[in-house]
Design a protein around this ligand. Sequence first.
Ligand code: SAM
Length: 282
Amino acid sequence: MGIRYTEEYPEVKGALSFDMEKTLFYEQTPFQKIEIVETPGFGRVLIIDGFIMLTEKDEFVYHEMIAHVPLYVHPNPQRVLVIGGGDGGTVRECLRHKSVAHVDLVDIDEAVSRACLEFMPTVADKLLSERVTCRFEDGVAFVKNCKEKYDVIIIDSTDPISVGEGLFSPEFYQDCYNLLTDDGILVNQSESPSWLPELVRGIYLKLNKLFPKMFFFNAHIPTYPSGHWAFGFASKKYHPVEDFQLEKCLADNLDFRYYNADIHRAAFALPSFFREILRETE
Ligand code: SAM
């Protein structure tokens, strides 16, 4: 057995351990500790502050779901804002939509993009596209001061600790709401309903108060805590299933590895315990 990397799961007093071959990138920035390690089982893995952000083996699940679900509900998404997501995976998926004229990416830490461009080019290289503007600043301050409007805002954040905490606050959600067009959609990574129900309930309460339509959708991400992951879908106008652009999705015929029309609809079906988490708040 080689060197072992262990991600601690304090919420269940457990851990995920995997073999690693070597560290390709290590930097303690003013914001966080960033590592990229080479592993035999998961390919290259991006780790921030000891938590897996993505692995080459299963990053497609997270990035396809966080991007294509809102982009196949909005009938004509042209301007997209990604908060966090400095690895570039979400931007890569957004650019596959012809209607998307421009993506603004706002990540607090340029070192994440620098590291991924060097060591994970298949994830990051679309950050260099002419259709993308990367800004390295705090997303909380950006949305407060921004004067632009967006059709879709995607919050591709770290966990709600340290620099990521503000990306889960009611004030931040309000500022995002203000930046959205009248039919805009916000999607955010919403952690694990299996292991962090209180956190997911908190996200629901805050977004449900602001937006006329608020739903969650699920995906199976093997290397995230519990493997069961939620995304919030908060919308000013469109329903995520009734307004799903099926024809467009089928006509585009993109080569997806996880997302497809059936998954789009099925992802909004919540397990009973997940429904219960939300019902308790009503
Ligand atoms: N897929 C990942 C996950 O859920 O584990 C998220 C990946 S992405 C690397 C998260 C990014 O959020 C990091 O690059 C981090 O720098 C960025 N981030 C954290 N706090 C931020 C803030 N306040 N403003 C902008 N970006 C932030």
